[in-house]
Design a protein around this ligand. Structure first.
Ligand code: GLN
Length: 484
């Protein structure tokens, strides 16, 4: 059962090959078997079985939707009614959410069964899932290596077949990087497509929810169900959501792929570049054309992102003060002392680093030199994409500079960790949809990700291209050894 696509699971449930309760029990057993990966912060076994029973009743009453009865894991950044929501942080270790995030509510009302909450970098800050208060996550392909971050728990869970699909979030690459490093398909939609209501905020102008799945077809189904306008999120877009599953079957003949010279220069491992070039040839064999494009400001992406994201984070994280919710220090002298001790105890090292950088770049005297300058660069980066999309339908390149690295290898060097985002964070700065698709294995047998960036609001084209690529290749079907 754990190797079936969402479409096959739907058919299996409808044919009564198994019930949702049986399916849910099967995945709960897999989670138990894969415990050493540390992919989950909470496993909500009783609730899952209760939801599965309700789903079975809906199926029996002919009241099911496509995803009814299919299990899912949620990144522990989405608020879940009555269930602990930690965001990977000690400061929220005891936080039980009084409401569901819109994404969770939508998938729940569609009848999906929540298996649990997945591990993640604290407040989604990281590229390797080594920054979680709950310990690092292991990559199922090689347990000495990182799964990528910050949605590393969701990625490890789907890759090891502990869950058929998972939600995730992406501020600078956190869906696409773990997708690349764990051999999955991960899509970050356009900014505003998926409601941020009930997503614990990191950098509000960049954060976006999305999906980690085994194929573009699966991702299209879940993205469809979680997208759409939400009046509770002031940045949510009031636009019709296209029929993603219906869009992916079209031929990509005549589509133009933009190849930015900035993504094809130095910077990525030869094995990664080889796989990307091979993927482009496969697209060409399907009738797509290529053209060179320029993204002249892409070099500024990392410095720009690492000014803006910490600036927004320093403001968003001010709410964790030991008064409203979450951890509070046990002994303190006065109110100031309580705030300071609570935050000193509650936040990890990387989160503190971001708060300090963010406070610094927003302080008077430095605001113009850093924050305002970064905002201007952000506009220039977005304009570059706009010009590039006059010549092409989507852009292709590598998702990450390398494959999964060894746990601990980069954790003492924040700048080298930040450089993992080099190909991903410009899509967040420009608000564009982007997807990572498995496109090969390196010499050590580790997965490689192909990155496709689409026009604003055009998730359909990149899902279509990814699905067509998956009709011609088998990379997305590969399973890490021991989890078959
Ligand atoms: N690696 C980036 C960071 O640490 C992106 C994280 C994310 O997308 N949530 O900020």
């Amino acid at each position: 059962m754990h190797d079936q696509s969402l479409g096959e699971l739907r058919a299996g449930l409808d044919r009564k090959d198994y019930s949702s309760v049986e399916l849910t029990r099967h995945f709960l057993g897999r989670i138990h078997h894969g415990q050493r990966l540390n992919a989950f912060i909470s496993v909500t076994e009783d609730l899952a079985l209760e939801q599965a029973r309700q789903a079975d009743a809906r199926i029996a009453g002919n009241d099911s939707e496509f995803l009814t009865g299919i299990p899912i894991a949620h990144k522990d950044l989405f608020c879940t009614l009555g269930v602990r929501t930690t965001c990977g942080s000690r400061i929220l270790d005891n936080f039980i959410s009084p409401y569901d995030a819109t994404v969770v509510r939508k998938l729940k009302s569609g009848g999906m069964v929540m298996l649990g909450k997945t591990n993640m970098d604290e407040f989604a800050m990281g590229s390797s899932n080594e920054n979680s208060y709950y310990g690092h996550v292991k990559n199922p392909w090689d347990e000495k290596r990182v799964p990528g971050g910050s949605s590393g728990g969701s990625a490890a869970a789907v890759s090891a077949r502990l869950a058929p699909v998972a939600t995730a979030t992406d501020t600078g690459g956190s869906i696409r990087q773990p997708a690349a490093l764990c051999g999955l398909t991960g899509i970050k939609p356009s900014y505003g497509r998926v409601s941020r209501y009930g997503m614990v905020a990191f950098a509000s102008s960049l954060d976006q929810g999305g999906v980690l799945a085994r194929s573009a077809a699966d991702a299209a189904l879940v993205l469809q169900a979680m997208s759409g306008f939400d009046r509770r999120d002031s940045t949510s877009l009031d636009r019709a959501v296209p029929d993603y599953p219906g869009c992916i079957e079209a031929s990509i003949r005549g589509k133009v792929i933009g190849l930015p010279k900035e993504f094809f220069g130095q910077g990525a491992d030869p094995a990664v570049m080889e796989a990307v070039e091979q993927a482009v040839r496969i697209f060409e064999s399907m009738g797509a054309k290529t053209t060179g494009v320029e993204l002249p400001n892409s070099e500024a992406g990392i410095p720009c992102y690492y000014v803006l994201a910490p600036a927004e984070a320093s403001s968003n994280l001010a709410r964790f003060d030991g008064v409203r919710y979450g951890h509070r220090t046990e002994q303190y002298e006065d109110l100031m002392d309580m705030y300071e001790r609570t935050r000193a105890e509650g936040f990890g090292e990387e989160v503190k680093r971001r708060i300090m950088i963010g406070t610094y770049v927003l302080s008077s005297g430095y605001y113009d030199a850093y924050y305002v300058k970064a905002q201007k660069l952000r506009r220039m980066i977005a304009d570059d994409f706009q010009r590039a999309f006059e010549k092409c339908d989507f852009i292709a390149g590598p998702t990450t500079p390398g494959t999964a690295f060894v746990i601990g290898e980069k954790s003492d060097d924040p700048v080298s960790m930040y450089l993992n985002d080099i190909f991903t964070n410009s899509a967040n700065l420009a608000g564009l949809p982007a997807i990572s698709v498995p496109a090969g294995l390196d010499h050590g047998g580790l997965p490689i990700g192909l990155h496709l960036i689409g026009r604003y609001l055009d998730e359909a084209t990149i899902l279509n291209a990814a699905h067509q690529f998956q009709q011609r290749t088998d990379w997305h079907r590969k399973t890490p050894e021991g989890f078959e």
